[in-house]
Ligand binder design. Sequence first.
Ligand SMILES: *Cc1c(COP(=O)(O)O)cnc(C)c1O
Length: 362
Amino acid sequence: MTLAPKPGVLDIVPYVGGRAHVPGVAEAIKLSSNESALGPSPKAVAAYEAAARGIAIYPEGSAQLLREEIAKIYGLDASRIVCGNGSDELLSMLAHAYLRPGDEVLFTEHAFLVYRVATLANSAVPVVVPEKDLRADVDAMLKAVTPKTRLVYLANPNNPTGSYLPHDEVRRLHAGLSPDTLLVIDAAYAEYVRRNDYEAGIEMVSSFPNVVMTRTFSKIYALAGLRVGWAYCPAAVADVLNRVRGPFNVSVPAQITAVAALKDRAHFDASVAHNDKWRAWLIENIRKLGLRADDSVANFVLIHFADTRTAQAADAFLSGRGVILRGVANYALPHCLRLTVGTEDANRRVVTALAEFVKTKS
Ligand SMILES: *Cc1c(COP(=O)(O)O)cnc(C)c1O
């Protein structure tokens, strides 16, 4: 007998984050992981530094002060919030708590890779549903539902496509699921969305016992390196997560810093405004170069190239000029690159470099 992990584990392709460095380029700009252009609130950074004095002791395990602040800002019931070491941890924890071997988990063709990892890690079966025009297709998802469907992960908005489902479509998806299937709405980019027909999922969590919404401090709050996320859950699901989560899964500095970040609404508003302005600018200027850039409601833009080779050549060309985008071949989009909205300087550098690249091709 040899030591073997659970079935599925060795089918996992380890997740690789966006590159941060280019060999030979001293100061590359990282636009590969959707981190917020303006960085964290200076008040959050100050709180983090001050938190150093508290690291000798264990955190308060339920992240109570953080849950209360989240509840205040978003108008929620703090007892139904569960915090995690990034929302990735919560997405995995839900799989860990609810999946039995052989259960089916639905997600869409170009969905966030963590869903597949969490599914396979629990010996469950990924059911990958085709998208329509790079957007989740509710009809196709409902067609893929079987009695074995236990979890449905929906990134709304989705990464890396930047598309979203309007709330009536999300509700239609939920209406077609059995009460013993959990719909997990991953709303990591919710704060960036400015559409009247979008809803992050709070209303649905309040109305249904089988809907969970996850959120993160990694994107608009720019605390990706700290690892904090949260889930808003029906009471019974919160109870389950509180049984399976590590007793001290969110560190003292993470709790304190996230609270300070939440309180700085001016910085939050500035981050949203910056993104609105520069996302539109990027899309407009990339399209002027004759490239396809998709509409996006998040803080990134998907750029299409003629084929895989051209996308790889563009990636290498841009890297050489000190701007790092994200190749998305592992999202079944090998002819595309994903660009995170950056600072004004970074955005201008990207467009200039892309223009040079396009010229070398003509
Ligand atoms: C970035 C991202 C997250 C956030 O992950 P964290 O673990 O909270 O940093 C979740 N879902 C999607 C789709 C993302 O792109």
